[in-house]
Design a protein around this ligand. Sequence first.
Ligand code: AMP
Ligand code: TRP
Length: 336
Amino acid sequence: MNRIFSGMQPTRQLHLGNYLGALRNWVALQDRYECIFCVVDLHALTQNQEPEVLRNNIREVAAAYMAAGIDPERNILFNQSYVPQHSELSWILSCHTPIGWLNRMTQFKEKAGKQREMANLGLYAYPVLMAADILLYKATHVPVGEDQKQHLELARDIAGAFNRHYGVDLFPLPEPQILGEATRVMSLRDGTKKMSKSDESEYSRINMTDDADTIAQKIRKAKTDPEPLPGTVEDLEKRPEADNLVTIYAALSGESRAATVERFAGARFSDFKSSLVDVAVETLAPITARMNALMADKGEIDRLLRAGGERAAAMAETHLAEVKDVIGLLRPGAGS
Ligand code: AMP
Ligand code: TRP
C-alpha cells in the first residue's frame, strides 16, 4: 500500500520554489498513489499571522493546488486544523521524541536566529507536528523540496522509535521523494540563498500569482555574473546565479540541466533571460488564471476543503484509535 502525504504552509504567497520543488511533482504523482494534500495552517501559527490574511491564504493555497492540477475528488485535499487528530497525535509523539533530536534541526536554528530564547514553543515542536501529519495517515511517501529532508529523517526516526518502544509495526517509515531538476530553487537576488516567502525582497522570488510583466521584470533584474553561459554542467558549479537560472529553465521546460546548458552554451544572459521569461510565463500564466477564477468563489473552495476534511478525518480517527490502544490510553466504551 503506497500513500502520499504532503503539505504547504499558508504563509504569504506560494512561489516558483514551492511549485518546482513540490507542487508540480504532486500533480505527476497523483496518478500513481493514493494522495493526501494538506494546507498546513497549524504550522503557519509558528509565525505571526493576521487572522483575515491567514484565512485568505489558506483558501489561496488550496486554490493553487487545484490550479496546478490537483484533483480534489481523486485526492484528499483539506486544511490541517479541520482534523483535530493532527494536534492530538503531535502531543503523543512529542512525548516519544528526545529533545536532543529537535536540537539538531537546522531550520529551527535558522528561523529562531539570535533570539532563540524568544522563539515560540510551536516553532521548536514544528517537526513533531509534521511527523504527526504524515504518520496519522500511515503515509509511505512524502514529496517535498530538498529543505525538508532533515524533517523527514526525524519523522522516520520518530516512527521507528515508536514502533520499537511498543513492539509494534504500526507506522511505516515514510520515504522522502525529492524529485525533478529544481529541488532547491535559489533567490533571484543571491544564488547562495534559498528562494523563500520570508525574503524581504520581492525581486528574490517569482510568486505564483505574478502577472507576465512582473515575471519578466523580476527575471530581467535577476542577478548574474559577467561571463556568457557556460558549455558544461560542471562549469556551472562555481556560478550560483547562472546555475540557478539554468536549473529553473530546465525544470520549467522539462529538459535536463545538461540539455539546457548545451542549448545555451556561450549565450549572453540577456538572450537567455528572454527565453526564460517565455517558459516561465507559459507555465505560470494558465495556473495563475485558474487560481484567480477559483478564488472568485470562496464558498466553493470552503465546500471542497470541508469535503476533503471529512474524508481525512475518517482515516485520522481510525489510525489515532489504534495509536491510543497501543499506548494504553483508555477509549471508554470502545472495548479492550
Ligand atoms: P513551505 O512554503 O515552507 O510550506 O514549503 C512547501 C514545499 O515547498 C515544501 O515541500 C518545500 O520543500 C518546498 N520548497 C519551499 N521552498 C523551496 C525552494 N526554494 N526550492 C524548492 N522547494 C522549495
Ligand atoms: N514543513 C513543511 C514545509 O515547510 C510543510 C509540512 C508540514 C509538510 N507538514 C508536512 C510537508 C507533512 C510534508 C509532509 O515545507
